[in-house]
Design a protein around this ligand. Structure first.
Ligand code: PLP
Length: 239
């Protein structure tokens, strides 16, 4: 194995151990939690190595980085998640490679995603990104809709041609009542997921937890964790 492959294999093994331990501590089966490796800022060659090491889900947050990387890796058996704030003028490109968009947070975006998905003949899975630091009707600073806006947006996605409502996503807030209380934030997301599933039973994905707080997310009931740094290393720049 190459040095980089050794390094990624060792990091993946550590993350796998953490997820397994968190599942065991929560009395959950390991198969209830899916690892998504966030490959943003890292090259396509790393994505290829991760695929060889058995990773099946990768995530990106900037279209200009993600589009060429996904094209280079189109032969790999990967599911691509888009997790960044998304401008409507990037939607056509993102729909070309993303299987899921986890950052759906406004109606304009739903309309644009639906239009491009239909045009491309693709079905795009959508997660509503929830901002737990936003006021009752605002959007979060790092994207996301306030909890009060979930129901309306979910209804729009569920009715939109070319889109599939898959669940909810959040990033632990740095400000507001949940700052520094990751597990409480993720438990709140779980409650919102329970509400959502009353009207949309199939929308059962709960995407929460990153390198620093995946244990709290698994404890709260997350079905998907998004891990970057702990697998690939500290990013050279903010991404
Ligand atoms: C970068 C990013 C992650 C991964 O963060 P790490 O701390 O590197 O694990 C997860 N989710 C989103 C939305 C991200 O932008």
């Amino acid at each position: 194995m190459t040095d980089r492959k050794d390094e990624l294999a060792a990091n993946l093994a550590k993350v796998e151990e953490r997820i397994a331990a968190a599942c065991a501590a929560a009395g959950r089966g390991r198969e209830e939690v899916t690892l998504i490796v966030v490959t943003k800022t890292y090259p396509a060659s790393d994505v290829r190595i991760l695929s060889e090491l058995g990773v099946r889900h990768v995530a990106e947050n900037k279209d200009q980085d993600a589009a060429p990387k996904a094209a280079e890796c189109s032969d790999l058996p990967l599911t691509w998640h888009f997790v960044g704030q998304l401008q409507t003028n990037k939607v056509r490109s993102v729909v070309g490679y993303a299987d899921l968009v986890q950052s759906v947070d406004r109606s304009k975006l739903v309309t644009a995603l639906s239009k491009e998905a239909v045009k491309a003949g693709r079905e795009v899975g959508c997660l509503i990104q929830v901002a737990l630091d936003a006021g009752s009707s605002e959007r979060g600073e790092r994207g996301g809709v306030a909890p009060g806006g979930i129901e309306e947006l979910a209804g729009l996605v569920a009715r939109a041609p070319g889109l599939r409502l898959d669940g909810l996503m959040t990033v632990a807030p740095l400000t507001g009542e949940y700052a520094g209380r990751e597990q409480a934030a993720f438990e709140r997301l779980m409650d919102l997921s329970t509400d959502l599933r009353r009207a949309h039973p199939a929308a059962n994905m709960v995407s929460a937890g990153m390198s620093a707080d995946l244990e709290q997310a698994v404890a709260a009931g997350a079905t998907h964790v998004r891990v970057g740094t702990a697998v690939l290393g500290v990013r050279p720049r903010l991404g």
